[in-house]
Write a protein that binds this ligand. Structure first.
Ligand code: BYC
Length: 342
C-alpha cells in the first residue's frame, strides 16, 4: 500500500532549539524525540498529527484507522440492501439515517487517517484491490428484515463495546472521531433492539424469523472482536501504545455478559449450549468459537466477500462524475476568487 509519510514536523510545536541542541549528533536528536514520545505515553497524554511519532506507531494507526473506515463504508451494504424493502415509512426513514451515519463514520475515520500523511485515494485503492482488510462481520448475508434488527442489536452492540475504549486512544484525531461515532452507534444499537422487540411482540412467524437471524449472527459477532489474545499479534504493542485499551478476549467477555440479559428481555435464545453463569469468575462461560471459519472469512472466503467488494468498486466508479464535477466547481470558484483579488 503506498503510504506517503509527512516530513518530521516535531519542531513545529517546540520552542526554538538551543545552540547545543542544534549541534547534537543526529542519533542523540532521535533519542530525545523518542524519549519525549515515551514520556507522553507514560503520562497518558495525546499524540497529535504535528508531533513526532515512531514510524511503527504511525503505521499501526494507519492500518487500524483505515481498516475501521473501510468497515464502516462496507458495513453500509448489508443493511442498505433493505432500505427499499423496509416494512413501513418510519422504519425506512430510520434505516436511511442509520446507513448514512455509517457512511459519515467512514468519512471521519478517513480524515483521521489522512492526518497521518496517507492519502484517501491510496487507502481506497488498497480496499478496492482487495489488499486492505475490513471487518469480517460484513461478509454475511441479510436475507430477512430481522437481520437488520439483529445487526443493530448485536453488531452495533459489539461495535460500541470495542469502540468506547478507543475514545481514550493515545492518538488525538482518532480518539475525538470515536466520541461522536460511539454516540451514534449507541442510538443504532437501541433502534435495533426496539425493532426486534416489536417483531417479538408480533406473530409466531415473526418470532421465528428473529430467532433464526440471532442464530446466524451470534457466533460471527463473537469472532468480530478479533482472535484470542494469545493469537493476536498486534495486541501487546497496541496496548503499550495506548491505541488498544482492552484486549480482544476481555471485550468479548464484556459483550457476552451484557448480551445475555438483553436476550432474556427479548425472549430469544443465544445459540450456545455451553453458555452458563460462572459464580467463581462472576462472568458467563461460553462455547468454542470456530476460528477456522473466522480466518476463512477474513481471507476472502466468506459468503459475501466478493459481492461486497464488487459493489463497493462499482459505487466508486459510478461516483467518478460527482468527484469530477466537485473538482471542476472548486477550480472555477478558485479562478473567480483569484480574478476578483487581482
Ligand atoms: N475482521 O492482532 P489482532 C462497525 C485482523 S465497524 C477482519 O487482534 P488488532 C460497524 C487484524 O486486523 C467494525 N480482520 O489485531 C460499522 C489483524 O490483521 P492485520 C470495525 C480482523 O488490530 C457499520 C489480525 O486479524 N471496527 O463496528 O490488535 C455498521 C490479527 O488481529 C478482525 C474496528 O475496526 C475482524 N473482525 O485488533 C455497524 C474497530 N479482527 O491488520 C458496525 C477498530 C482482527 O495485522 N479496530 N482482524 O493484517 C480494532 O479495535 C482492532 O483493529 C481489532 C483487531 C480489535 C479489530
Amino acid at each position: 500500500m503506498p503510504i506517503i509519510l509527512p516530513m518530521d514536523t516535531h519542531a513545529m510545536d517546540l520552542p526554538e532549539p538551543r545552540t547545543g541542541e542544534l549541534e547534537a549528533a543526529p542519533d542523540a536528536h532521535s533519542a530525545g524525540r523518542q524519549q519525549r514520545f515515551d514520556r507522553k505515553m507514560e503520562d497518558d497524554r495525546k499524540i497529535e498529527p504535528q508531533d513526532w511519532m515512531p514510524d511503527a506507531y504511525r503505521k499501526t494507526l494507519v492500518r487500524q484507522i483505515s481498516q475501521h473506515a473501510h468497515s464502516e463504508i462496507i458495513g453500509m451494504q448489508p443493511e442498505g440492501n433493505w432500505i427499499s424493502r423496509a416494512p413501513s415509512l418510519k422504519r425506512k426513514a430510520i434505516l436511511l439515517a442509520k446507513v448514512q451515519d455509517e457512511g459519515g463514520h467512514g468519512l471521519y475515520l478517513y480524515s483521521a487517517a489522512e492526518t497521518l500523511g496517507v492519502s484517501r485515494d491510496a487507502l481506497l485503492d488498497a480496499l478496492h484491490s482487495g489488499k486492505a482488510k475490513y471487518s469480517s462481520i460484513f461478509n454475511y448475508p441479510t436475507p430477512t428484515w430481522s437481520d437488520v434488527g439483529v445487526i443493530g442489536w448485536l453488531v452495533d452492540g459489539a461495535a460500541i463495546m470495542n469502540q468506547v475504549p478507543i475514545c481514550r486512544c493515545s492518538y488525538g484525531p482518532y480518539a475525538r472521531a470515536m466520541i461522536r461515532i460511539c454516540k451514534e452507534e449507541s442510538f443504532h444499537q437501541r433502534q435495533g433492539f426496539e425493532s426486534l422487540m416489536t417483531q417479538m411482540r408480533g406473530t409466531a412467524a415473526q418470532r421465528e424469523m428473529v430467532q433464526d437471524a440471532v442464530n446466524r449472527w451470534y457466533w460471527p459477532v463473537l469472532a468480530m472482536f478479533g482472535p484470542p489474545d494469545a493469537d493476536s499479534p498486534n495486541s501487546a504493542q497496541g496496548m503499550r501504545w495506548g491505541i488498544k485499551r482492552i484486549s480482544n478476549d476481555d471485550l468479548r467477555q464484556k459483550f457476552v455478559d451484557a448480551t445475555v440479559p438483553q436476550a432474556k428481555i427479548l425472549g430469544v435464545n443465544l445459540p450456545d449450549a455451553d453458555l452458563k453463569w460462572n459464580e467463581q469468575r462472576q462472568h458467563y462461560d461460553y462455547g468454542a468459537i470456530d476460528w477456522d471459519d473466522f480466518w476463512a472469512v477474513v481471507n476472502g472466503q466468506g459468503p459475501c466477500n466478493k459481492e461486497r467488494l464488487a459493489t463497493r468498486v462499482k459505487a466508486h466508479a459510478d461516483g467518478q462524475w460527482v468527484r469530477d464535477a466537485a473538482l471542476a466547481h472548486a477550480r472555477k470558484q478558485q479562478a473567480r476568487q483569484l480574478k476578483e483579488a487581482a
